[in-house]
Design a protein. Structure first.
Length: 185
């Protein structure tokens, strides 16, 4: 599989999760482009989508000054690819040339995003040269304003900040051997 296919799958996961209000697990089960991936490509698509969802508000805040129009005014496919490209640059330490070129290639091969390839290229090139200061942003900035307000009302400002900080940490991964543990040792 190509890097472009991996990024398209990640963007489709993001779209299905955000626009169709599915969980990421549901999106992974229903997205053909994701299910066609294997091994490291499949894992990287999941990592990109998870990281973008985990810090969605911060990613959007970082993209906002790079755009001439509101992010929500872009098509869902372009919006998802912008977020996937930005999370690669700002959080996943993907080399800039790979993040930009493969994400733009994903747009070129996707009818829903094809018309936005030049726009995507321009914005992601600017993003590659920008430090949006994600870590300096409040932890609650990961959420949309309406959700941050709701959590602050229910949990208090400090409680909402602590909850958001927990959201920013990746869950631990626990592995266990299926066969006899003595054989594995």
């Amino acid at each position: 599989m190509s890097g472009a296919q991996t990024r398209r799958a990640a963007a489709e996961l993001l779209m299905l999760t955000l626009d169709s209000r599915r969980t990421l697990d549901e999106a992974m089960a229903k997205t053909d482009s994701y299910n066609d991936l294997e091994g490291p490509d499949r894992g990287f698509a999941r990592v990109m989508a998870s990281a973008a969802l985990r810090e969605l508000g911060r990613i959007d805040a970082g993209l906002s000054p790079l755009l001439s129009r509101p992010l929500e005014a872009t098509s869902p496919a372009i919006r998802a690819l912008l977020r996937i490209g930005a999370v690669q640059l700002w959080r996943l330490d993907t080399p800039a040339h790979a993040a930009v070129s493969e994400t733009v290639e994903a747009a070129k091969g996707w009818p829903d995003a094809r018309s936005g390839g030049s726009f995507l290229n321009a914005v992601l090139r600017r993003a590659a040269d920008t430090d949006p200061g994600l870590d300096a942003m409040s932890a609650i900035s990961v959420w949309p304003d309406w959700l941050a307000d709701r959590f602050a009302a229910d949990l208090g400002a400090e409680g909402a900040e602590r909850l958001a900080a927990h959201q920013l940490s990746e869950a631990p991964l626990f592995l266990s051997a299926r066969s006899d543990p003595a054989e594995v040792a």
